[in-house]
Design a protein around this ligand. Structure first.
Ligand SMILES: [Zn+2]
Length: 247
């Protein structure tokens, strides 16, 4: 298990809750002892795998945001590359799952997951992918870019009730067949003290274990990227719980 991280992700680049000071620091603290890998920024041609030039140009108007969003996309690319040989967690921000081909919002600028997956497919390193979005919110950007494709299955979990959520995820994973990698859009805002008011810390370990089990059918290839999660005091604890299940 490798953690993909850049010191610059600590930078407060906007006033939204994902950019809040202390959020990344709490996770870094909890993951002490893991091996950290530093990514490079994604190139514009990587962004163009899934976004329009117009969308890219609109993000470019704020230089600091563009640089960080490109570095987050680069972190996603590195995480996916590592996943070809061992699991990886992209401790990245800004998040990405609300960024579509030609729109963005919801604290997201570029779709980190879609870029990483599309790049692997383009390079023929994989043929098919499974994306599991466990964030509280619907991954509308990911669906906009990759929804309906034959080579990508997009499982978006929606939580009404804790046990039902876990049961539905297990069932959905068991039903889904033939993919070469699993990418998890790992948002932690479904947590009981976060906006979703539902999952417990140990549930993230259970979810991680389910992903690990499912990844047995694709040589263990799996990676996760940080999306939401706003209850800062327990964020690192929940990420660590998830990774304990995944590794
Ligand atoms: Zn969310």
């Amino acid at each position: 298990m490798k953690i993909v991280f850049h010191e610059r992700y600590k930078q407060v680049y906007s006033y939204d809750p994902a950019a809040k000071v202390g959020r990344i620091e709490n996770i870094v603290e909890a993951l002490k002892g893991y091996e950290f890998v530093q990514p490079q920024s994604a190139a514009v041609q990587d962004l163009l795998f899934v976004h329009t030039q117009t969308l890219i140009d609109s993000v470019k108007r704020d230089k600091a945001v563009f640089e960080l969003a490109s570095l987050a996309a680069g972190g996603a690319i590195t995480s996916a590359e590592i996943a070809l040989s061992e699991p990886a967690f992209g401790l990245i921000r800004p998040p990405g799952h609300h960024a579509g081909r030609d729109f963005n919002g919801g604290f997201c600028f570029f779709n980190n997951m879609a870029i990483a997956i599309q790049r692997l497919i383009h390079q023929k390193k994989i043929n098919r992918a499974l994306i599991v979005d466990i964030d509280l919110h619907y991954g509308n950007g990911t669906y906009d870019i990759l929804g309906g494709r034959k080579d990508v299955v997009f499982l978006n979990m929606e939580c009404q009730e804790r046990q039902r959520y876990l049961d539905e995820l297990k069932e959905s994973l068991e039903k889904t067949k033939s993919y070469d990698i699993i990418g998890v859009s790992a948002g932690f805002d479904t947590y009981e003290k976060d906006w979703g008011r539902s999952l417990k810390t140990e549930d993230y370990k259970t979810i991680g274990s389910m992903i690990k089990e499912a990844a047995k059918s694709c040589q263990g290839r799996s990676f996760a990227l940080l999306e939401g999660g706003y209850y800062i005091p327990d964020l690192g604890k929940n990420v660590k719980s998830f990774l304990n299940g995944l590794e």
